[in-house]
Design a protein around this ligand. Structure first.
Ligand code: NDP
Length: 335
């Protein structure tokens, strides 16, 4: 019998890749999704290896109970669901509540109903690592020990939604570690820290419904051709396929039990993205600004030392050229 994994937010950009890897590795996946349409899309992709439970809102009381009650044999949990879009009209609580309540809820329900669960992997973020205040020091080296110093008050400001997102990831992850300490469940956890994630989607999205992080990348196509200065803020990035692999490795790695896991590629400001794109996609040159080739300076940004996690994960990350080539091939396929 295939081992069973509960994957929350299964319809998401990152979850799509986690799901693909889990199925390829022989697991049966129960996904939580917000609609029958999203569930059926995934079921058609993996008819033998996927089923779904509707969870409209991960912040609702007992949101995950049905998933566990109908699947008492769940062995691993991958908790990826959390709001990551900056829709007009959103409020700070639209990020904070689902992120924090959803994380605590999945852990509580796992403890109560998931007696067979060995490990819960939680998708956290570099948002929970990189300091919001004071502004980044380029000489600083972030490691698994760092925590964002954002306050709940700053995160609750409706006029700065990026802070709401940063706070949502920081306080959700903190809540997970507090749960572990106080509740001492029989399962272990890993939290996965990722910067901005780029890569070809495999979930049910297109250019008009593109996920937040790929939208940031594809903004290069909208830049005026004569742009020469780029205002990059914290351009740390990683490929979505590496992120998914980190989740799946963490699931069974005892070395990563109760650890924060960094999956990280490097810094890629707009000028570097343009330089690499000109190489891998010469046909796009007419559409892109030239800027000042070779002028991107990574030393302007704080460093990240992910060597401890990378050693435990045991694989090399995807180079920028490959990610850009694959994302833009996906874009071509949409047209
Ligand atoms: P997506 O928006 O593609 O995926 C998020 C998933 O969570 C979707 O399935 C979404 O459902 C679901 N979801 C969001 N809010 C709720 C809610 N209140 N109730 C139920 N389901 C909900 O984003 P990503 O795949 O990029 O993000 C996945 C995880 O990775 C998130 O935890 C995010 O914070 C984290 N992350 C992402 C980074 C990135 O650059 N992409 C960087 C760092 C961390 P639906 O689509 O139906 O709304």
């Amino acid at each position: 019998m295939a081992e069973k994994v509960l994957l929350t937010g299964a319809s998401g950009f990152i979850a799509g890749h986690v799901l693909k890897l889990l199925v390829e590795a022989g697991y049966f996946v129960v996904g939580t999704v917000r609609s029958v349409e999203k569930g059926e899309f995934l079921k058609k992709l993996y008819p033998e290896s996927f089923d779904y439970v509707i969870v409209q809102d991960i912040a609702a009381p007992n949101a995950f109970e049905e998933a566990f009650k109908s699947n008492p044999d769940i062995k691993y949990v991958q908790h990826t669901a959390s709001p990551f879009s900056f829709n007009e009209g959103n409020k700070a609580q639209d990020y904070l509540e689902p992120a924090i309540k959803g994380t605590v809820s999945v852990l509580k329900t796992t403890k109560e109903f998931g007696s067979n669960v060995k490990k819960v992997v939680i998708t956290s973020s570099f948002a929970a690592v990189i300091h919001t205040n004071p502004i980044d020091d380029p000489n600083y080296i972030y490691t698994e020990k760092d925590w964002n110093n954002i306050t709940l008050e700053q995160s609750s400001d409706d006029s700065v939604l990026i802070n709401a997102y940063l706070g949502s990831k920081t306080f959700a992850e903190r809540a997970a570690w507090e749960f572990l300490e106080k509740e001492k469940p029989s399962f272990t956890i890993s939290t996965v820290q990722l910067p901005l994630v780029w890569g070809p989607p495999v979930n049910d999205i297109g250019l008009s419904t593109l996920n937040t992080s790929n939208s940031v990348l594809l903004n290069v196509l909208k830049l005026p051709k004569d742009t020469t200065e780029f205002n990059d803020h914290s351009p740390h990035w990683v490929d979505v396929r590496d992120v998914a692999r980190a989740h799946v490795v963490a699931q069974t790695s005892e070395e990563l039990d109760n650890e924060r896991v960094f999956i990280y590629s490097g810094v890629a400001g707009t000028q570097l993205v343009l330089d690499v794109l000109r190489e891998v996609r010469p046909d796009l040159r007419d559409k892109l600004p030239v800027g000042k080739p070779g002028s991107f300076d990574p030393s302007k940004f704080p460093k990240v030392d992910s060597s401890k996690s990378q050693k435990a994960l045991g694989f090399e990350v995807t180079p920028l050229a490959t990610t850009l080539r694959d994302v833009f091939a996906w874009v071509d396929a949409q047209n």
